[in-house]
Ligand binder design. Structure first.
Ligand code: SAM
Length: 241
């Protein structure tokens, strides 16, 4: 995350500073995230960031978000669940034929999303609900597609998130993630591991490994596409079987 952007916003504290202060430290996931947070920590963090999120984080993540929504639009099925919908930056980009339900833990982020829906007359957004993506109240097989943009490395238990999305998406439906993932090896991987030591000041976690999210049986069958221009983000598409 560009430090210049954060500095320009007048915020000396980075997102990671806020999250680290709130972090409970331990997670019970088999492959715990480096940025493990409990629900209260997420709410506190995003309460502080809701007002400046679009300015500070919206630009750099725009390519990944647009690519994920394009992928959703190209898939069959109507009912889409967007988890960690945040301020709703993706919402205007869905085809009007897709019906969107957005959920987020942060009421403050959701308030921004609701303003956007109203201002831009996004009639295809059916609901914006305060809910934990790892433990939703939806019935089994409720959606054709679930998409999580820049959320997998924020939730405390990424594998639990994946399990829940598999439950609420119909068999044959699709689950998509866009995120920054640790490069598997080579020079970039080494650089990112080094950068992880500076994650507090960077404001994001360069060392979030795809294996923290996907078990080996899903890793081999997932469609994995780097997002241009720099391949900093990756789009992962998984058919729900
Ligand atoms: C980095 S922001 C991404 C927001 C949006 N997807 C975007 O592309 O701009 C992460 C979002 O995930 C939400 N979040 C974190 N943990 C969550 C959870 N367990 N359930 C639902 N939302 C969660 C946060 O409140 C925040 O709005």
């Amino acid at each position: 995350m560009a430090l210049e952007e954060i500095a320009a916003s007048g915020h000396r504290e980075t997102m990671s500073d806020v999250l680290n202060k709130c972090s409970p430290g331990q997670g019970d996931d088999p492959a715990p995230s480096r940025s493990a947070l409990d629900a209260e920590a997420v709410k506190v963090a995003y309460r502080r960031w809701a007002g400046v999120y679009d300015t500070v984080f919206g630009g750099v993540s725009g390519f990944g978000r647009r690519r994920a929504v394009e992928a959703v639009n190209a898939l069959p099925g109507t009912n889409v669940l967007e988890v960690g919908v945040g301020t709703g930056l993706a919402l205007p980009h869905y085809l009007k034929t897709k019906r969107i339900t957005g959920i987020d833990l942060s009421g403050d982020m959701l308030a921004r999303a609701r303003e956007r829906v109203q201002k831009e007359h996004l009639d295809n957004v059916d609901a914006l609900l305060e809910m934990d993506a790892e433990d939703t109240t939806f019935q089994d097989d409720s959606f054709d597609i679930a998409v999580a943009m820049f959320v997998a490395s924020v939730v405390p238990h990424p594998r639990r998130l994946l399990r829940e999305l598999k439950r609420v998406v119909k068999p044959g439906g699709h689950i998509l993630f866009v995120n920054h993932f640790l490069a598997p090896g080579g020079v970039r991987g080494a650089v990112e591991r080094g950068m992880a030591r500076a994650s507090r000041s960077l404001g994001w976690h360069p060392d979030f490994a795809m294996e923290s999210l996907l078990p080996p049986e899903d890793l081999v069958r997932a469609r994995i596409q780097p997002v241009p221009p720099a391949g900093l983000f990756t789009l992962v598409t998984l058919e729900n079987i």
